[in-house]
Design a protein around this ligand. Structure first.
Ligand SMILES: Cc1ncc(C[n+]2csc(CCOP(=O)(O)OP(=O)(O)O)c2C)c(N)n1
Length: 572
């Protein structure tokens, strides 16, 4: 085993050196406080001596800071380190950790811990907050939503603890972990400066189900007369997209991206059949569910009792979900890309009748083309509507995005109006739905891909949940120009829709403006972006939207400045 010598004066500095050594490139300090001085001093020393460290990012508010770590990891597969301030910064950060957990995002989350002593130590309490910011069990607020939580108790544990932290975040399924860092321990001199140059603990290798199960699945898929594939997040690991294309082409399997969080299948592929199988679900004889926590909504539609449901997932049981009853007649647990490739390989030996596959392919191709035409018509019909229809905003955006541009959407983009084809070009919210994610996530994606255009799309309610003043400030501070597009319907429309479902004949049904749901008048959101040096526009006329988006994109691409288009849009 080869070792390297760390140059460090404190445990905090060793954390930076170790993170750097293990390929963690980003250290996001969210709302620094009195538990951060050891890190500030460590950065000052490393900068002075020219020693490498993860890129320091000032996270001006915990909501965009944690979401930024989320976006960065979604775009790269690599965790960022995000440090929160004692119990209070932690409380603000927990929602982002919940989102990361549900989205299986690797993330290294740490919180400082208030000083223990009242006198006698250089870290002894100096401020009134140091008493009230201590908790009996600070990590309790994270524990349910992380894959591992540990308090660093001694300086000589550091290497082992960090090795374990990185592996526990990156393993499969990936997830956030939490480290509690008492100020006394991170202030200590480092205990051990020699560490192995390679990770001392390796991430377990990707697994593939046993061959007999794969063969059984190949037989079922080959013999199926009406099979379908449903996925929400197969594209979380980008390589799985090509593997899914390969498998589905061999059998002409139609793919539905139900409630997608990632681009899992190229939208222009003839086998892409949209986003909701609808009645097709009940008619299918084989339903293959790939990485979908919620593959259908049972009260709306379910597979037929005679169908075979095959689940392929890193964790088919979704162990962290308390109640979940989706059927799985066969549950393949393992790496999605490797399993899809293994199925494809087996299929080569057992190809079903080519004639049947060709006919099925042609059928789905026709359905795909018809759906495209319908979506186009819907957009055209909406193109003159006032206030502007969300489908028209989506369509206009789709028209001005290049294939490698990246969109982050928080529930708002109409999926069938878009045309994402490349893996890693689209990210939607974790199904935990902790609002405000998309703003910081867009900054994280931009941090990962500074050369690419990144667009953040969200509702006006969501925008406010994302701590926009902090987000725009972070965008300017860290040189991360993003285009923000607000679907501004001056309401919490999701709640309004829920009310319509809850009481379709009720008193609220008589009203257009609903109690507790309306936000009118909304601020001039574009001016918040302008206040941070960005370009802002408000658009009310649907015909002027394409040009406004082009102008804003030009500012982002050519001037390297952020931009915001506040689109006054319709509600349900
Ligand atoms: C942190 C958080 N608080 C509250 C909610 C509940 N919630 C779900 S959707 C929604 C409204 C979102 O409003 P907006 O972004 O304007 O989108 P719209 O529903 O109008 O399309 C709210 C408040 C949530 N998901 N997360």
């Amino acid at each position: 085993m080869q070792t390297v010598q760390l140059d460090s004066q404190s445990v905090a500095e060793s954390i930076l050196a170790m993170l750097e050594l293990r390929g963690v490139e980003v250290f996001i300090a969210a709302g620094t406080g009195t538990d951060f001085p050891p890190f500030v001093e460590a950065y000052a020393r490393r900068e002075r001596l020219g020693l490498a460290a993860p890129r320091p990012i000032v996270g001006i508010h915990e909501i965009p800071a944690v979401a930024m770590a989320h976006g960065y990891a979604a775009a790269t597969g690599r965790p960022a380190f995000v440090m929160l301030h004692t119990i209070v910064g932690s409380a603000n950060g927990v929602m982002g950790v919940i989102n990361a957990k549900r989205a299986r995002i690797p993330m290294l989350v740490a919180s400082g811990r208030s000083a223990i002593t009242e006198r006698g130590d250089r870290n002894s309490r100096t401020h009134v907050v140091h008493w009230a910011q201590e908790a009996y069990d600070q990590q309790a607020m994270f524990r349910e939503f992380v894959d591992w939580a540990y308090e660093l108790r001694r300086s000589d544990q550091l290497t082992d603890v960090l090795e374990r932290a990185v592996v526990m975040a990156k393993k499969s399924p990936a997830g956030p972990i939490h480290l509690l860092l008492p100020i006394e321990v991170i202030s200590e001199p480092p205990a051990d400066l020699r560490v192995s140059s390679e990770p001392a603990v390796q991430i377990p290798t990707p697994t593939v189900p046993i061959r007999s199960e794969l063969e059984r699945v190949v037989q079922i898929l080959s013999g199926a007369s009406n099979p379908i594939v449903i996925t929400s997040a197969a594209g979380r690991r980008e390589g799985a997209v090509a593997a899914l294309v390969e498998l589905t082409e061999k059998l002409a399997l139609p793919v539905y991206e139900f409630s997608r969080s990632y681009l899992s299948f190229p939208q222009d592929h003839p086998l892409h059949q949209g986003f909701d199988p609808g009645e097709v679900l009940a008619a299918a004889d084989v339903v293959m569910v790939i990485e979908s926590d919620v593959p259908w909504i049972p009260i709306r539609q379910e597979p037929s009792v005679d169908a075979t449901v095959i689940v392929l997932d890193e964790d088919p049981l979704y162990r962290d979900y308390p109640h979940r009853g989706f059927r799985s007649d066969i549950a393949l647990s393992g790496d999605v890309e490797a399993t899809l490739l293994a199925l494809s390989e087996l299929l080569d030996r057992e190809m079903p009748g080519l004639q049947r596959v060709a006919e099925r392919y042609a059928l789905h191709n026709r359905a795909h083309e018809a759906a495209d035409l319908r979506a186009k018509q819907v957009a055209e019909d909406a193109s003159h509507e006032l206030p502007i229809e969300p489908v028209w905003i989506s369509r206009c955006l789709a028209e001005c995005l290049q294939p490698t541009d990246i969109a982050i959407s928080e529930f708002v983009l109409a999926p069938d109006q878009m045309n994402f084809t490349e893996p890693g070009t689209f990210f939607d919210h974790a199904h935990s739905g902790g609002l405000g994610w998309s703003l910081g996530a867009a900054l994280g994606v931009k941090l990962a891909h500074p050369e690419r255009t990144v667009v953040c799309c969200c509702g006006d309610g969501t925008y406010t949940f994302g701590a926009p003043v902090a987000t725009h400030h972070m965008s300017a501070l860290h040189g991360l120009p993003v285009l923000f597009v607000i679907f501004n319907n001056a309401a919490w429309d999701r709640t309004r829709m829920a009310v319509r479902g809850y009481a379709p004949e009720g008193y609220s049904a008589e009203r257009t403006e609903l109690p507790l749901c309306e936000l009118d008048p909304t601020p001039d959101y574009e001016r918040i972006c302008e206040a941070a040096g960005g370009h802002g526009e408000r658009v009310e006329d649907p015909s002027s939207l394409p040009a406004a988006l082009e102008r804003a994109l030009r500012v982002v691409r050519e001037e390297g400045r952020q931009a915001l288009v506040n689109v006054i849009s319709s509600k349900s």
